[in-house]
Design a protein around this ligand. Structure first.
Ligand code: ADP
Length: 545
């Protein structure tokens, strides 16, 4: 017997309609490319998104078509976020920091018909235009007529100015309802572990993810919040914050391309931001700015960090020097992205300051809706004792079942679990801690060593700015850890003193065999350590001696 409740489909347009109707005067503030401030309301976002649908229709976009974006966080990008799925097309956000060949590959793979591009990427689009001319018919620059940059396209492609085509359109459009499982957005993984692969979200998965992330023990976003996603809108939908802000009626503050510490601090204080989210590299930049300038953050209460492990010094510095909680989240493109969040349970109430700091390094417990487990090499579930570590598997209604173009279910095990590629422990309270990417774990004499643990300890040394631990081949032990370190500004690194900080913190056999000081470490387009390239360079290091 079915229940007797309304079976209203979960449409992304209804998130925006809710914002416009119930939080109509809620603010959306954008720092523009030209460094001016643009302000309007959720009511305006909804009306302009309807107008943008009319534009998309004129450009020949139909249900199911991919609408690509190469853009920073700003109000025009937000309008594409809502207009494309609202008309049953797909908003495909592309990471402009990738190599131009990868950007062209992704555009062609997705077969984007139209691209919405920020002025900053005028030369990128000129470079790739000949390679994408078969699929992209129109490139719309996200600016006004006075600021149109120089762009050269390939024959057959048309260039347009966003503000001009918007001015020429009407907003006479009624949001349609259709199957909630319809695709809404497409985002490619950054390709740290191979060719980029597309994850195709649905209206339903986005709604459920949005509900979950706004909960108090996750991002805890509410109508009075002022939310600044520093994480780009091309990096897994800015972790869902553009949807979460609309659903709750929170103010949304969009930083554009200005993501250095000084610009962020100014924006946070000027716009009274209380909640912000981004990757550790951004928070290190902000911390450095606060320390050197003496500036204080007057309104920020919570900073969510994710995307890679939060270095302990970052959590401690924000807590002890600025009284701001850095909260640790874990996720991935395939999870929309949020999987876990480190919010304390009653069991953590009595922890000492040190133990609490240590506990905050964990990536957290499963968001309601997500289940997780760790398994050994044979797929056998491992205990939740905080010690045993194994491959992390997840399932839930906002977890990918296949990559774009593949058969539904093709990324899953026979019983429906998705292998994250991360290696983790889970403690008795259900808190998960990533110990490695499965490809980065160091297999020494048949035992596993966590590269992240070793990196976290290395960066607690005052002379070390950044550290990477990789598996280098070893004649006796198969693999041994090799530590690569970058010196903090004005410091010189003494390898012996770096090794001394490991004393008493890890088993002796975990100790890196060698410390190599390097001028810098390579990073991916989303700011993560590019260990694949380090492994290629250093894998024979111990064989050479
Ligand atoms: P890619 O897989 O292409 O790097 P994602 O942005 O989807 O792109 O990255 C997901 C991965 O990032 C996770 O599988 C995990 O390895 C890492 N990650 C995300 N958040 C954290 C975190 N808080 N701590 C450690 N690693 C993290």
């Amino acid at each position: 017997m079915f229940g007797l409740m309304q079976s209203q489909g979960l449409m992304i347009s209804s998130i925006l309609k809710h914002a416009a109707r119930h939080h109509g005067s809620g603010e959306v503030v954008s720092r523009t490319h030209e460094n001016t401030t643009h302000r309007y309301t959720w009511r305006d976002v909804e009306a302009r998104s309807r107008r943008l649908v009319r534009v998309l229709q004129k450009l020949g976009i139909e249900a199911g078509d991919r609408v690509g974006t190469l853009a920073w966080n700003g109000y025009r990008h937000l309008e594409v976020y809502y207009a494309a799925p609202g008309m049953a097309a797909i908003c495909h956000t592309i990471n402009p920091r990738l190599h131009p060949d990868d950007v062209a590959y992704i555009v062609n793979h997705a077969a984007d018909k139209v691209l919405f591009v920020d002025s900053s990427f005028a030369s990128l689009i000129t470079t790739i235009a000949p390679k994408i001319a078969d699929t992209v018919k129109t490139v719309v620059m996200l600016t006004d007529a006075d600021n149109m940059p120089e762009v050269t396209l390939a024959p057959g492609m048309t260039l347009a100015c966003y503000d001009q085509i918007m001015d020429a359109a009407d907003d006479d459009y009624v949001w349609p309802t259709f199957d909630e499982n319809t695709a809404s957005a497409l985002c490619y993984t950054s390709g740290t572990t191979g060719r980029p692969r597309g994850v195709l979200y649905s209206h339903r998965s986005t709604w459920l993810h949005t509900y979950a992330i706004t909960m108090p023990d996750l991002m805890g976003i509410r109508a009075t919040s002022r939310v600044l996603p520093v994480v780009p809108m091309f990096h897994v939908n800015a972790w869902g914050s553009p949807y979460a802000a609309a659903l709750t009626g929170a103010a949304l503050v969009l930083p554009g391309r200005h993501m250095d510490g000084a610009s962020l601090a100014t924006l946070m204080n000027a716009e009274r931001v209380d909640f912000t989210a981004g990757v550790p590299t951004v928070w290190l930049g902000l911390l450095q700015h606060l320390r050197t300038s003496g500036e204080k953050l007057t309104t920020v209460k919570r900073i969510v960090t994710g995307g890679s492990a939060a270095p302990p010094l970052l959590i401690e510095a924000f807590r002890d020097e600025y009284g701001i909680m850095l909260e640790h989240a874990w996720g991935m493109t395939e999870l929309s992205p949020l999987g876990t969040f480190n919010a304390p349970k009653t069991g953590q109430a009595g922890l000492s300051r040190d133990a609490a700091g240590q506990h905050m390094l964990k990536q957290g417990r499963a968001a309601p809706g997500i289940d997780m487990k760790i398994v050994d090499g044979d797929g056998k579930e491992l205990p939740w004792d905080g010690v045993a570590f194994g491959d992390l598997m997840v399932k839930g209604p906002w977890v990918a079942s296949a990559y774009y173009g593949d058969e539904p279910g093709s990324t899953l095990t026979a019983d429906g679990w998705f292998a994250t590629g991360d290696v983790a422990t889970i403690d008795a309270d259900g808190f998960m801690e990533i110990t490695d990417r499965s490809k980065d774990v160091i297999k020494s004499g048949g035992e596993w060593i966590s590269s992240i643990t070793l990196e976290n300890i290395a960066v607690s040394h005052p002379d070390v700015a950044e550290a990477a631990v990789i598996a280098a081949l070893h004649p006796k032990w198969d693999e041994r850890p090799l530590l690569l370190v970058v010196a903090a500004p004005g410091r010189t690194i003494d390898p012996a003193s770096v090794l001394a900080v490991y004393e008493g913190k890890v088993a002796k056999w975990w100790l890196p065999d060698e410390v190599v000081v390097v001028p810098e470490l390579p990073h991916t387009a989303t700011g993560k350590l590019l260990k694949t390239s380090l492994r290629t360079q250093y894998k024979d290091h111990y064989l050479k001696v």
